[in-house]
Write a protein that binds this ligand. Sequence first.
Ligand code: SF4
Length: 456
Amino acid sequence: MAQLLVRSGYRLSEDPRGAEVIIVNTCGFIGPAKEESLQVLGDLAAHKRRGQLLIAAGCLTQRYGVEVARQVPGIDGILGTRRWMDIVDVVGRLRDGPHPEPLYHLPEAPEVGRDEGGALRAAVQGASAYLKIADGCRRPCAFCAIPLIKGTAVSRPMDAILEEARELQRMGVREIILIAQDTTDYGHDLGLRDGLAQLLEQIGRAVPELEWIRLMYAYPGYVTDRLIEVMATHRQVLPYLDMPLQHAHPMTLRRMRRPANVAWVHRTLDKMRGAMPDLALRTTFIVGYPGETEEEFQTLLDFVNQVGFDRVGTFQFSFEPGTTSEPLGDPVPPEVKQERYSRLMEAQQRISLQKNQALVGKTLDVLVEGQGEIENSRTGWQPVPTKPQPISIGRSYRDAPEIDGMVLIEGEAPVGQIVPVRITGAMTYDLTGVVETARMTIRLEDLSTSTGSFKT
Ligand code: SF4
């Protein structure tokens, strides 16, 4: 939306107080996200200047447009997520004249529009970029509101994705993170077989200088042998997979309307680890799903201890009206959800620490994302601004941005570069290390020979 507006002559404003139009892109996925969206809208509406326009866009308004406008007096425009590309028109209509009532732009649309107006569907953060390959979802998960919000899955044309990957490479991006509600479903509507594997191969060819391609949100059951082969044999594709499993008890999974073949999960993980011995596995689970018994939860806990995931995200079940699980209600008491959440997280913390400790002494490539100051105390790394020691912060192939761990590097490493780091310490989620200068020097010398322009 920002890109389309800028292309139409609008300027971005750093400060909502100075803006003529304020647009809030809301989230309507689970309860806490809805509350946060309403809170932000309420704050902005309360401080709105005369003549200023407030537009609520995104998933929450797609689902509950009228209610959002009713709960937050002062909203001028409502735009759903399926027609985000109409933002310029909506802003124009609002600026044309007074609107005593909110302007609703929620046309009937069965899915997210394919007419993207040439917007780059990537969010760039430093040297990384999330690149959207599809939108919407056609899976039947009983707890999930996303298909209600977004409609069925729509794959973006491969040519458009490749062109955007080239553009990101030109911008100096080092890591592309492919996202969709379900990346493994990529291309089914384009008539592609193993579309995600094909896409990975094509991206690798299109951007040979780009170092890292990371894959998120792989739906269990659709990680094919072909996909595993492409991941294992293409140097740019990181040996990292995020496969949200949601549970490990077949009965819970059936009630969730998720793939319940746990034997398939074990087989596939074995295959993947056979093909990629350094594979970093991330998953997410829901605890407190309706009807989850202590025995079902214990099965999940045993599964987590047995598989040894590198990363686990856990959510407490959030009741979503309108989903297929609605008739099941929300019978698991909050304190039971909380207790199961804590037990699962504690189990995973032990595993995570062991995995991190096993990396001490090894060298990992790390994408440096920032520099700061820290105190290197005997008890660990504690941010203390008064006793500064320069450190750099980055991520290895095992860490997706924002949700996984970090590597804290002693000294000042070059931001935006991938450098070899020898791991010297391990914490539950993060690692510490030092840049391996020997390997760095060799790399710089290589460059200086090949280009004649580098001075070390
Ligand atoms: S695959 Fe993910 S986005 Fe799609 S319905 Fe299931 S949980 Fe929701």
